[in-house]
Structure formats: C-alpha cells, structure tokens
Write a protein that binds this ligand. Structure first.
Ligand SMILES: [Zn+2]
Length: 368
C-alpha cells in the first residue's frame, strides 16, 4: 500500500464533522512536525466555534518567490462519524453508512505526501504555504476567520473540486442568501376569514413575482425553504421563507437580489401585509483571467505529469472564494473525489496519487 493511501485511510478514520476537526488537526501536526516543519494553529476558535484553529505551515523553498499556497478543509459533512474505508480494485469507498470524507481529506493527504516527497528529494521547488481550514462545510467559517497575513501567498490552489485531477476551476459566483418573515393577520378561517391576511398568500405572491432557477449561464436564484401557519382553521399570521441568488457577474447578482427583494415587498404590500427581509453576502465570487500566471503554472504542471488540463467555472462556493477575496490569485483544483456529500462517495487511489504528483509538479515548476 502506498504511503499517501495509508495517510488518506488514517485521515478517513478520524471523525471530523464540522466544528470538531481537532483529531485531524493533531494528525496533520504530527505528520508535518516529523518533517521538521513548524505547524501554527491560529487563534480563531472564538470566531468559528470549532475545537481547533486553522493550521498554517510555511515550507521553505529553494527559491523565495512565488509563494504557492495549497489549501484543503479538515471538516466533512454528516454522516461522517465512524468511517470505515474499504479499498477494493483501486477504489476507496465505505460500507455505505457514511460519506468517505474524500471531500476534503484527499486534499489534506496529498498536501502531506507532496511535502514529504519534496523533503526527501533535492529538486528545486518554490516555497509553499499550507492552509488546513476548519468548518468549510458550514459557511466557510475557518477561511473567513483567516488573517490576511496567514493567507498571504502569490498563488493559492484550493484542493476541493470534484472530478478527475486536471480540472481547474477558474470562476465561481458571488452568493447572497435571505431570510424573510411575512406578517399577515390571524383570523378564524371558517367564521371570519375576511378579517385575516394570510402570510402564506403573501409569500406565494412574492414567489409568483420572482424569476427562479437558472437565469443565465452564470446566474441562479432559488427559494430554499418555506414554513408557516399553525392549523387548517387559522388564517396564517406568519410565514418564513429562505432563498438565495448567485452570479459570477458582480453587477448581475446585485440586480437579482434587488429584484427578489422588491418581489417580496410587493407581494406582501399588495395583500395588505408586510415583510422583514434579512440579506447576507455569503461570499464574493472570483474569476481568473485566461492568461493568468496561476493557470499557466497549473497547466504546465499537468503536462509534466501527463494529465490534460480542463478549465471550467462552477456555481458552487468554497474556501477559494474567501482566499481570492484576501488577494491571492486563486484556483480550485479537481481532486479526484466523486459523489461527494453522499454515502456513495468514492475515490480512486490513482486520483489520490495523481493529485500528489500534481502538487509536487506545481512546486517544482514554480521554482522555474
Ligand atoms: Zn469540500
């Protein structure tokens, strides 16, 4: 069994639901301290609520610039406790009761193994910054708490996209969410419905005024949850609704949230009710120009290991959105994981090894 596979299986067996990443953090710390590296834990637990901070590791290179950051998150989505990974015919899966946690332990394992290999060889390589974040799966909380100094690097490669190694995410959307509370008026539904204002009808009127789904190639909008009312014989006085919109076009996303907001206010006012709406900017989008040095670097490294690179954009968010906003030229790399966030999640051993090869190749290429 290869060393990176052993590392991955060790990590997969350590419970690390969002907020309880300390077991994985301890493992990463031991593995990297064994190589003589200093592993720093930042002081962000009060901000994130996690049982450890993010880990930040500087790996000296044979050159001084550029500094390349690799980043992976240490938490997994539920169900992810008591994971028993099974390796069969070159594929890693679980018995089916839990996720595998390849999202994002494939990135964590590949980072550890890449640094081991670089430390064992005498080849020139760029200085690296390793970022192991907490609580990505719930609001990118660890990355959002990182200090700009800790996240400083020339290029940041976030190892957190699904699909075969070679995929390069060059753009992701800005994401807004809202929580709306529609206020109507309660009345007996059989005796005097005329005296009531149905908050459910207010919400329905709002939805009717909205454009939802895929609005254009890079823009989406959705109503996520709706709840309200207490009994069939009561005109519902309150109805709560949550939703979101995303776009890779910064101006477009502002237009979409403004029109969803207007639809809710109109829908409520038309029937004589009201609505309170709280919007949150979850994260900023990013978009990397086609001729960016980071893309050229990753594509050259792909060529070095015999993998064809594929550029694509995504409608999802990741720590990369935060890293980009911190000023690093940021890409997300496909890391071989598939069927993530399901109990059918699988990972091919060859992909794990290829991701490690790619990180080593990037570090070497960046040294010129
Ligand atoms: Zn992930």
């Amino acid at each position: 069994m290869s060393r990176v596979l052993e590392t991955f299986l060790d990590l997969a067996r350590i419970d690390s639901p969002t907020g309880r990443e300390s077991g994985v953090a301890d493992y990463v710390r031991c593995a990297l301290e064994d190589l003589g590296l200093t592993v720093r834990t930042d002081d962000t637990q009060a901000l994130t609520g996690a049982d450890t901070g993010n880990l930040i590791v500087s790996v000296p290179g044979t050159t001084t610039r550029p500094v390349i950051a690799f980043s992976a998150h240490m938490d997994c989505v539920q169900p992810c406790e008591g994971v028993e990974p099974v390796v069969e015919g070159g594929t890693i899966r679980t018995a089916g009761e839990t996720v595998l946690g390849g999202d994002d332990k494939v990135g964590v394992a590949a980072m550890i193994e890449a640094v081991r290999r670089l430390s064992e060889s005498a080849v020139p390589h760029a200085p690296l910054k390793l970022l192991f974040t907490v609580s990505e799966e719930q609001g990118l909380r660890g990355a959002k708490a990182l200090s700009a100094g800790d996240a400083a690097a020339d290029v940041c490669l976030v190892l957190d996209a699904d699909g075969d190694v070679g995929g390069i995410v060059v753009g992701a959307p800005t994401h807004y969410t809202f929580k709306a509370t529609f206020h109507g008026r309660a009345a007996h539904a059989g005796v005097e419905p005329e005296k009531g204002i149905s908050a459910i009808a207010l919400a329905a009127g709002a939805i009717e005024r909205m454009e939802l789904g895929r609005l254009d190639e890079g823009t989406t909008a959705n109503i996520g949850t709706i709840s309200g009312g207490s009994a069939t014989n009561v005109v519902a006085p309150v109805c709560e609704m949550t939703g979101e919109c995303r776009s890779r076009d910064r101006e477009r996303v502002e237009q979409v949230w403004a029109s969803m907001d207007a639809a809710m206010r109109e829908g409520a006012a038309t029937l004589g009710g009201s609505v309170d709406i709280v919007w949150a900017l979850e994260y900023e989008g990013f978009s990397v120009e086609g001729d960016a040095p980071a893309i050229a670097l990753v594509e050259a490294a792909c060529a070095d290991i015999g993998v064809s690179p594929r550029r694509f954009t995504t409608g999802g968010g990741s720590d990369a959105n935060v890293m980009a906003a911190l000023g690093m030229e940021t890409l997300v790399l496909s890391s071989g994981m598939s069927k993530v966030h399901t109990t059918g999640e699988v990972l091919e051993v060859a992909q794990l090894e290829r991701l490690t090869d790619l990180l080593v190749a990037v570090a070497r290429r960046a040294a010129g």
